[in-house]
Design a protein around this ligand. Structure first.
Ligand SMILES: C[S@@+](CC[C@H](N)C(=O)[O-])C[C@H]1O[C@@H](n2cnc3c(N)ncnc32)[C@H](O)[C@@H]1O
Length: 265
């Protein structure tokens, strides 16, 4: 039975048949190359760093350390199908933050820049049942991709969304008297406002609270910041400030796109 509007094979031209067969071969070879050369764990990191090549050592690291919750993995794989997937946090970076949050018995976490909520879910899975992730973003469409996974993991009640510019949310938290009450803050939104996020998060963190700042190497651009590139300028200025900042102890890690850990003294 031929569906209305489709052409029986027998009536297709020779050129159309050859074209269809060629497309089929190209597709099959593409799938084979994808499976052979792209390890599912590293795909997000590779995309993030725009290095579309296999990295056996990175695969080894992930094979010997990544312990990803099954729903987190589902969310990561789902997000990889999104056109902006390079924004997703690297899984090994998220795991490190989760481990640090566990170490300090975190209950209250700030997520500045949520996207599909990989790290929001990662943190919610670690927090106690009465713990909270205050999740700041301006884009509800991205978040709606992640929400069903938060629910599936049974931790959606721990994620409190604030859909508005993050500076406004941080100001509201300060006005509400929540200074010194957060255990962990992750700065991962727009880059021009990084210092605004840093200063406000520092006030919101308790002593001994941990701040993680993503993309501090910005693909290496910080080595030679172009004066017209406002993102790189902003990241570089903050890097120069933090290394001198006596309010925190600091480590800059070369994980993913560079992560600074600043712990409030
Ligand atoms: C790199 S992504 C965040 C990735 C996320 N942390 C994760 O776990 O995958 C950056 C996010 O920041 C959000 N964003 C950009 N400007 C913002 C602003 N002014 N206030 C709040 N969120 C903002 C974007 O909508 C985007 O979802």
């Amino acid at each position: 039975l031929t569906q209305p509007g489709t052409m029986p094979m027998s009536s297709m031209s020779k050129e159309a048949l050859i074209g269809t067969a060629t497309l089929g071969v190209v597709f099959t070879v593409g799938v084979w190359i994808g499976k052979k050369y792209f390890h599912p764990h590293t795909l997000s990191s590779l995309l993030k760093s725009h290095k579309m090549k296999n990295d056996p050592l990175m695969n080894y690291v992930l094979d010997h350390s990544l312990r990803e919750h099954s729903v987190l993995k589902k969310l990561r794989l789902c997000t990889l199908g999104h056109p902006k997937c390079e924004m997703m946090v690297a899984c090994e970076h998220a795991q490190l933050m989760g481990n640090l949050a566990r170490l300090i018995n975190a209950k209250k976490v700030l997520e500045i820049g949520v996207y599909t909520g990989y790290n929001a879910l990662n943190m919610a899975l670690i927090l106690p049942d009465d713990g909270k992730v205050i999740a700041c973003d301006i884009n509800e469409d991205y978040i709606s991709i992640g929400k069903p996974f938060w629910k599936e993991a049974g931790v959606d009640h721990k994620i409190e969304l604030r859909i508005k510019p993050a500076i406004q949310t941080l100001e509201e938290l300060l006005t509400a008297g929540e200074a010194e009450t957060f255990d962990f803050a992750f700065i991962d939104a727009d880059k021009v406002n990084m210092d605004e996020y840093y200063e406000r998060s520092l006030r919101l963190l308790r002593r001994g609270g941990v701040m993680a700042i993503d993309n501090v190497l910005w693909g290496g651009k910080v080595l030679n910041p172009d004066k017209n590139d406002l993102d790189t300028q902003s990241i570089h200025r903050l890097n120069e400030k933090i290394v001198q900042d006596t309010r925190v102890i600091v480590s800059m890690l070369t994980i993913a796109d560079g992560v600074t850990l600043a712990i409030k003294i």
